[in-house]
Design a protein around this ligand. Structure first.
Ligand code: IPM
Ligand code: MG
Length: 358
């Protein structure tokens, strides 16, 4: 396996190191070998080359079967990276690589583990029902990729961002959402703001067309403001949530937090091939970087997604997920998911424990 590694900034290098440990354990158990290629992106690329993503980095990523990523970015008020023009900041690297590799479908599973019910911020009558959903977020269109500018007009500064979707951009991602639903509980909730936005009305129309190809899947529509509310009121109702880029960005943080910690949320960004970029959905957490206290589980679960989606190694991927559950069941917790009576461990201890259970 040829795996590109973007360790990135903040806690990225620490959590990626643990995911590699677990992947290496899986490789020796299952008899495959991994060739890792380090790739610079984000703030560390700015420090070295002055830009967050070089053409060489894109080419290096393209030459791999998959990319494992940590996180990019720093403290937006204190880091010198944020004195640069927007297109030279760390986030531009992440958006750039998603676009360059055409990673239009972002999968973010949100599962409440029985062991973490105590860390779930929802009241127990809701947490007890549990939940297991996956957000399919469109990742290369919409507001984050539309034309934007800031200009002076009649002495007033005005900023403009545009939200554009073509039917093809919606369709190809809808197909992914329905394909995923067909292997799960067969429910797609498409989230939009069709009572206001044209792009959402097109979203609904195209999603309904795609749904006709999947007669055994139940499609419903939900407005995004209601979806934000339903996620904390009754998360068990969701199986697959299909939504546009910005709504998915926001709702996936919310869906992560109700699992107990954003440090639990893995993700896969896919295109039409088997290639994928796998990353935890949480940020670079600069405040705890370098302290060996970050939760590596989201990155480890992202590596499990890599084995499943890119390499079709479902069993090896499930073994990693099972190892995570076992370690949680045994009472080990990083600080973010710590509760009374549990054993607190740091980043590398958590990685080692999970690798040992493979
Ligand atoms: C995420 C992040 C990124 C996004 C940022 C860092 C550009 O928040 O992956 O959710 O908005 O996509
Ligand atoms: Mg986000």
């Amino acid at each position: 396996m040829k795996i590109g590694v973007i360790a990135g900034d903040g806690i990225g290098p620490e959590v990626v190191r643990e995911a590699r440990k677990v992947l290496d354990a899986s490789a020796s158990k299952n008899g495959f070998s991994i060739d890792y290629t380090d790739i610079l992106m984000g703030g560390c690329s700015i420090d070295r080359y002055g830009i967050p993503l070089t053409d060489e980095a894109i080419e290096a990523a393209k030459s791999c079967d998959a990319v494992l990523m940590g996180s990019i970015g720093g403290n937006t008020t204190t880091s010198p990276w944020y004195k640069l023009p927007p297109e030279k900041r760390p986030e531009a690297g992440l958006l750039g690589i998603r676009k360059a590799l055409n990673l239009f479908a972002n999968l973010r599973p949100s599962i409440l583990y029985d062991e973490l019910k105590g860390a779930c911020p929802l009241k127990s009558s809701i947490a007890d029902a549990g939940f297991d959903m996956i957000i399919v977020r469109e990742l290369t269109g919409g507001l984050y990729f539309g034309e934007r500018y800031t200009r002076e007009q009649n002495g007033l500064t005005t900023a403009v961002d545009t939200l554009t979707y073509s039917e093809e951009e919606i369709r190809r991602c809808a197909v992914k959402a329905f394909e995923i639903a067909s292997k799960r509980r067969k429910k797609v909730t498409s989230v939009d703001k069709a009572n206001v936005l044209d792009s959402s009305r097109l979203w609904r129309k195209v999603t309904e067309e795609v749904a006709k190809e999947y007669p055994d899947i139940e499609l419903s529509h939900m407005l995004v403001d209601n979806a934000a509310m339903q996620l904390v009121k009754d998360p068990a109702q969701f199986d697959v949530i299909f939504t546009e880029n910005m709504f998915g960005d926001i709702l996936s943080d919310e869906a992560a937090e109700i699992t107990g910690s954003i440090g639990m949320l893995s993700s896969a960004s896919l295109n039409e091939t088997k290639f994928g970029l796998y990353e935890p959905s949480g940020g670079s957490a600069p405040d705890i970087a370098g302290k060996n206290i970050a939760n590596p589980i989201a990155t480890i679960l992202s590596a499990a997604m890599m084995l499943k989606f890119t390499f079709d190694m479902d069993k090896a991927g499930s073994d990693i997920e099972a190892a995570v559950k076992t370690v949680l069941k045994e009472g080990y917790r990083t600080g973010d998911i710590m509760s009374d009576g549990m054993k607190q461990v740091n980043t590398d201890e958590m990685g080692t424990l999970i690798a040992e259970r493979i």
